[in-house]
Ligand binder design. Structure first.
Ligand code: CUA
Length: 355
């Protein structure tokens, strides 16, 4: 039994070490650090209890096992002292755990004063949209934030319940239609941290991922300024210009591009009461070429493989997606008809050019 327990314990610890699987035990900010602190306190207390109880059990099994000729053990019909001890001791232990837990809850809830970046995160089926009310920009799949800055996130859904979770930065918070939760977090180092939807929300729940890109302050401001620009117009007669025409014919009923079918990120193309910019069905594509992911983190946006050519569907992930979105992510809302290779080349040239 000890061996099995040990193996289970080791596998849980090792499970957190895999490349690309973020761990709450590897915190990169104050919220996650408080949360992992509570975990460690409970782990230490639970380990002491486990070793003590199992130790006494194993000792009793061996020491008092039946042997040939051993007499019947003394028959006991209750012991008030022992019963009081085994009631009071666990109660005290649970009370200690409660104190640390409540302390952790208050610590995580208290948003520090000072400069804050506001973000509205919208859970779609199945991708994340991020709107920055202060900067009036929208993006998808990657949440850019500056380092050492409090980020206040308000969570919206107009479909089902999702859960916003960035294990290395902050714990889970449900994203509930009609009930707008909010939370804060702060990253104290630059880098990229994986975010996950942590509440089952339909067949592609597992493919509802996002990245938190923690930039230094200068590169965050540069990113914001770039996102605030309207889309560049493709040169006349180019492949990209033909792609823009396809976008206008087939894509803009669900997607938006500022400078093409939208005047600004807040241009309400569709009438709705969402707090975010535009109530589009699909992601706003204004600066698609600058993004790292496609379709809720299912594919990377490998623009360096997207030169035009008859084999573009074999190498370029955006082309793969445009060619067969339902094959790659069954059940998603992308309902484009089958495109020819020429049309895919044109659309890819256009969208990847939107830096
Ligand atoms: Cu969204 Cu699970």
């Amino acid at each position: 039994m000890i061996l099995v327990t040990g193996l289970l314990f080791a596998s849980i610890l090792l499970a957190a070490c895999g490349e690309g699987s973020p761990s709450i035990l590897n915190p990169a900010g104050p919220v996650a650090r408080d949360e992992s602190g509570v975990f460690y306190i409970i782990l230490i207390i639970a380990t002491i209890v486990f070793v003590g109880v199992e130790g006494m059990l194993i000792y009793s099994v061996i020491r008092y096992r039946e042997r040939p000729g051993s007499p019947n053990p003394r028959q006991i019909h209750g012991n008030t002292t022992i019963e009081i001890i085994w009631t009071v001791v666990p109660a005290v232990i649970l009370f200690v755990v409660l104190i640390f837990t409540i302390q952790g809850l208050f610590s995580v809830a208290a948003q520090p004063a000072g400069k804050t970046v506001e973000v509205e995160a919208v859970g779609h089926q199945w991708w994340w949209e991020f709107y920055y009310p202060e900067y009036k920009i929208t993006t998808a799949d990657t949440l850019h934030v500056p380092v050492n800055t409090v980020v206040h996130v308000t969570l919206y859904s107009n479909n089902v319940i999702h859960s916003f979770w960035v294990p290395e930065l902050t714990g889970k918070t449900d994203v509930i239609p009609g009930h707008n939760n909010d939370k804060w977090f702060k990253a104290d180092k630059t880098g990229t941290f994986l975010g996950i939807c942590a509440e089952y929300c339909g067949t592609q729940h597992a493919n509802m991922k996002f990245d938190v890109a923690v930039d230094n302050n200068d590169s965050f401001q540069t990113w914001v300024s770039a996102q605030q620009q309207v889309a560049t117009q493709p040169t006349s007669g180019s492949l990209a210009q033909q792609g823009q025409k396809i976008f206008q014919e087939q894509c803009q009923s669900c997607h938006g591009i500022v400078g093409v079918d939208m005047k600004s990120y807040q241009d309400p193309k569709v009438s709705c009461d969402s707090p975010t910019a535009a109530c589009l069905v699909g992601p706003n594509l204004t600066h698609f070429g600058s993004r790292g992911f496609i379709a809720g983190g299912v594919l990377t946006n490998n623009a360096n493989q997207c030169q035009p050519g008859p084999d573009i569907v074999q190498r370029c992930n955006l082309a793969k997606w445009l060619n067969d979105p339902q094959g790659i992510k069954p059940g998603n809302d992308m309902a484009i008809g089958q495109l020819t290779t020429d049309q895919i080349n044109q659309l890819v040239a256009y969208l990847e050019g939107l830096k």
